[in-house]
Write a protein that binds this ligand. Structure first.
Ligand code: GAL
Length: 942
């Protein structure tokens, strides 16, 4: 491993002087060589700007939609994706692995490759990610030996996982014609570390044929163990950073957790911002829109641009770019609920937000302007006003300069206008700049922009393309701000203002254009010894309206549509797969005369800008059915004789020992997900006073208790039984025994339903958090004189298609009441709802038919409008898929995204309702809602 690392580094330095090419190479089936040096990754010697977004396939159980999301990621200018692989999602029990259907990661990697997205593969074994067990399978809790260490028990378990996932990753590497460009071992392995374990992970990867650079994402800015040197070190150590915190309730917060990625961890490797904050978990139930605000465009401008210039990073992973849904029992319950929207640029329902626009502005720049892939710190021009801060980098070969301009007071909100004394590669200039509030700009000087020479500009560069021998460049600035751009010519060129107000002057080789950013101005410059250029001078908003797609005939630019998924130029025709969210004009800069969008030829005329202009229709209206004709079926507490296991274990691998014996932890009996029923039998003496229960469910979990069929009540489950400090009493509930219920000498039964909200993570790598039990922690009947003999009945890992995390151990789940086609009993047992909800479990079921417009991407959700404080929660099954849990009165989630694929034309919606008190009516009102509607150029319906 060490030797290989050295070879790769050497290769990297040999290629350091080759011409830079930053735009991602469309990954083809040929073989390529990945290397790196201190500046960047390289592929066949060409530098790569790895601008990647994090995507969790396991949070989108619809592989058809993986394409949708990844096309959106690609269209924003991302050159890569970071992909966790979730061990527990693939492994229901030791030695059993499933990579089919929604788990088909081979398909995922093929798709990334097809779309030209590089992949940072992150197979853990531990991934954190606010998912159950931090990605560990729950059965690992019963394996002896500390997880995330060299302990033999854990080693055998993860070796098996990597033995399955590594070969899949290996065959999709760049070197074998795929797009995997880096391999991430472990995850924020920062405390309680074991270097031998880190070494072994890398050895296993190499043995499996992983030959791309091995990276790691160090936690918290790099100060904890960061694996940059010594035993277990990786080739490219990266840093995770979440400067905005997760305090979504205060979205105006500004960087309480630091500055960003500014440090280099290794002299011979690029700076890698492995996970950089692009959203937040909603720890305090503020709702994800607030998290989106907390991490919105001004934060992105100020922090992301600062990173780029402070560190020269050329490897980025933005966490999350699309968050998705923690469907089934995927959530790690202490930090998240069903939605993992994350306040991301692309919402859970796959809609593009203002953050997406900002990603596009920065991503197009980062992947267009090649000299950014190799920069050193440089002397920054001095601003006349010290309240403005500047920082610079320069490419040592082209001498192109990049100057960051922001407020000196990082949190400052003043509107500052000043002048920079700028010594550019093409001479000394006084450059006016403005920073209005929480903003930041990267200004460029000395740049060969296509066939032009950009001397300097105080507008920022979005992107530029060359179409039919003419350069087309999009520059932008905030609406209303002054802009100036200076281009160099051999002689005075001809300047034609096609749109907007732009003043021009020419002196000593410099053509200077002055304007105010407003709408979209257009200037054509020709002659002067250079190829012609069309400058499109926009605002933040109008610039973000452009889409760039690369075709075999060169890049094309499109404006007007809500998305461009792909473009192709054949002969005289440019064909787009593009979406619209309203009727719109469409403008295309392409080497073509005809336009096809979404399979239809679009009449176009040629504009004075040399583009094609046509009109596109918006989407048709979506009509949704009402949810009516509900049927109902009650699940009797602990009913039925089949499926029970005697629970009599007296030992556990968990370092957390139970309060009373036997050990009743659900995992000890192979029930890892969802609800579990317990039955305890004892001989009564009539003097019993109280049933005292301790149960651990994870945050927001509950349990319900019956005695001899009489409902005693419910309580909140505990989060964990800490060993330090000792918390012997997690999730305690005391339930009075009703007088006369128990009779001396007669058999009594205590029945308990315990929810398992998902498993704790193992961030601390100490087993204390991770091996916290689920289920009953202890039960005592005060006054009883005979012992309780216990039985347990939980989930059974049967559902191959939807996987083990889809269902728990409710009777209805075990008997398939949630499935579209009912079992032998059919629908006879389902009746009209009784008009009241009784404590315990009851099931509701209805069917609905969707008639959505064809050729559209319609995103639907299910909304709960109940505002009464009634104690109930709902497991939502759509065609058998558990799409999450609605917690009435607990919140904050009321809307559940139902992805196409899970939704079909004919649908069955089933609710498992767990009520803790009797209440009028059912769990209503509930309705389907439209969360997005686009006419789409994607040929098949999404
Ligand atoms: C990081 C971790 C990610 C995720 C993130 C917070 O520490 O690596 O997996 O948990 O924090 O959302």
């Amino acid at each position: 491993m060490r030797l290989l690392a050295v070879v790769l580094v050497l290769l990297g330095s040999l290629t350091a002087t080759t011409p830079v090419v930053a735009a991602p190479v469309a990954v083809d089936s040929g073989q390529h060589e990945v290397s790196y040096d201190k500046y960047s990754l390289t592929v066949d010697g060409k530098r790569v700007m790895l601008w990647s977004g994090e995507f969790h396939y396991f949070r989108l159980p619809s592989p058809e939609l993986w394409r949708d999301v990844l096309e959106k990621v690609r269209a924003a200018g991302f050159s890569g994706v970071s992909l966790y692989f979730h061990w527990g999602y693939h492994s229901p029990s030791p030695g059993v692995y499933d990579f089919t259907g929604v788990r088909d990661v081979d398909r995922l990697l093929r798709l990334a490759d097809e779309l030209g997205l590089y992949v940072v593969a992150r197979p853990g074994p531990y991934i954190n990610a606010e998912t159950s067990g931090g990605g560990f399978p729950a059965w690992l809790k019963t394996v002896v030996g500390r997880a995330r260490s060299s302990d033999p028990g854990y080693t055998a378990a993860y070796t098996d996982w990597l033995g399955h996932i590594n070969p899949i990753i290996a065959r999709h590497q760049v070197g074998r014609g795929g797009s995997v460009i880096a391999y991430n071992v472990e995850n924020e392995y920062a405390v309680n570390v074991d270097p031998a374990y880190m070494e072994n992970l890398q050895r296993l990867a190499r043995d499996a044929g992983i030959d791309v650079p091995i990276v790691h994402n160090n936690c918290c800015g790099g100060d904890l163990a960061n694996w940059s040197s010594g035993r277990g070190a990786v080739q490219i150590p990266g840093v995770d950073d979440y400067p905005q915190s997760f305090d979504c309730r205060n979205p105006d917060t500004w960087g309480p957790w630091g500055h960003g990625v500014t440090r280099r961890l290794r002299d011979d490797a690029p700076v890698y911002a492995a996970e950089y904050q692009a959203g937040a978990i909603d720890l305090d139930n503020a709702g994800y829109d607030k998290c989106r605000e907390l991490t919105g465009p001004s934060y992105m401008k100020a922090f992301y641009k600062n990173n780029a210039i402070a560190s020269g990073a050329t490897m980025y992973g933005y966490y999350m770019t699309y968050g998705g849904t923690s469907w089934g029992w995927l959530p790690q319950p202490n930090d998240v609920y069903t939605s993992y929207d994350y306040g991301s640029a692309i919402t859970e329902s796959r809609q593009l937000t203002a953050k997406y626009d900002e990603f596009k502005r920065q991503g197009y720049f980062m992947t267009t302007v090649a000299p950014l892939t190799k920069t050193d710190a440089a002397t920054a021009p001095v601003p006349a006003d010290a309240a403005v801060f500047t920082l610079a980098r320069a490419n040592p070969d082209s001498r192109t300069q990049f100057v960051l301009v922001r407020q000196a007071d990082r949190a400052g909100t003043a509107d500052l206008a000043t002048t920079l004394e700028w010594s550019t590669p093409d001479g000394e200039y006084q450059v006016p700049v403005r920073v209005n509030g929480r903003d930041a700009k990267i200004l460029v000087a000395g740049y060969d922009l296509g066939g032009q020479r950009l001397v300097w500009s105080n507008s920022e560069i979005l992107t530029h393309v060359t179409v039919s021998g003419r350069d087309v460049a999009v520059l932008y600035g905030r609406d209303g701000e002054q802009g100036s751009t200076v281009l160099r010519y051999d002689s005075a060129p001809t300047v034609k203002v096609l749109d907007g107000e732009v003043r021009s002057s020419y002196q000593d080789g410099d053509l200077r254009l002055d304007y105010v950013h407003a709408g979209l101005s257009r200037v054509e410059v020709s002659g002067g010894g250079r190829p012609p250029v069309l400058l499109l001078l926009g605002t933040d908003e109008t610039a973000a309206g452009f889409w760039r797609q690369d075709t075999s005939a060169g890049p094309v630019l499109v404006r007007g549509t809500s998305l461009v998924r792909s473009a192709e130029v054949k002969g005289n025709r440019v064909t787009l797969r593009a979406d619209t969210d309203r009727a719109t004009e469409v403008e295309v800069f392409a080497p073509a005369r005809h336009l096809t969008v979404g399979g239809r030829s679009v009449p176009v005329r040629r504009t004075s800008s040399g583009s094609l202009l046509g009109a596109l229709p918006g989407p048709e209206e979506v009509r949704l059915p009402e949810l009516v004709n509900w049927r109902h079926r009650a699940e009797s507490p602990g009913a039925g004789e089949s499926g029970w296991t005697t629970a009599d274990k007296t030992t556990t691998a968990s370092p957390i020992k139970p309060k009373s014996l036997p050990v009743l932890y659900t995992d000890e009996y192979g029930h890892h997900n969802g609800n579990v029923w317990y039955r305890g039998g004892f001989t009564a003496n009539g003097a019993e006073k109280t049933v005292s229960v301790n149960a651990i469910t994870g945050r927001r979990g509950i349990y319900l208790v019956w005695l001899n069929g009489r409902y005693l009540g419910s309580a909140a489950g505990g989060v964990q039984a800490d060993s330090e400090p000792v918390n012997p009493d997690p999730g305690r509930g005391d339930f009075a025994v009703p007088a006369g219920l128990l009779v001396d000498g007669q058999q009594a039964t205590v029945t308990v339903l315990v929810e398992n909200m998902g498993h704790n993570d193992d961030w601390t790598a100490d087993d204390i958090r991770h091996k916290q039990p689920r289920g009953l922690f202890g039960v005592a009947v005060e006054g009883a004189t005979s012992p309780i003999s216990w039985q347990i009945r939980g989930s059974r890992p049967t559902d191959g298609e939807r996987g083990p995390m889809n269902t728990g151990g409710l009777q209805g789940e075990r008997e398939g009441w949630h499935l579209p086609v009912l079992g032998a009993e059919g629908s006879d047992r389902w009746q009209r709802p009784p008009g009241v909800m009784s404590p315990g479990v009851s099931w509701y079921r209805t069917n609905f038919r969707l008639d959505l417009p064809r050729g559209h991407d319609v995103s639907l959700g299910l909304r709960f409008d109940d505002t009464t404080a009634r104690g109930y929660r709902v497991l939502i099954f759509v065609n058998g898929w558990n799409m999450g849990q609605y917690l009435n009165g607990v919140g904050p989630q009321r809307e559940f995204v139902l992805p196409a694929g899970v939704l079909r034309d004919h649908n069955t919606l089933t609710f498992a309702v767990i009520a803790t008190e009797a209440a009028q009516d059912g769990p209503g009102p509930v309705r389907l809602v439209t969360l997005g509607n686009h006419r789409t150029g994607a040929a098949p319906d999404l």
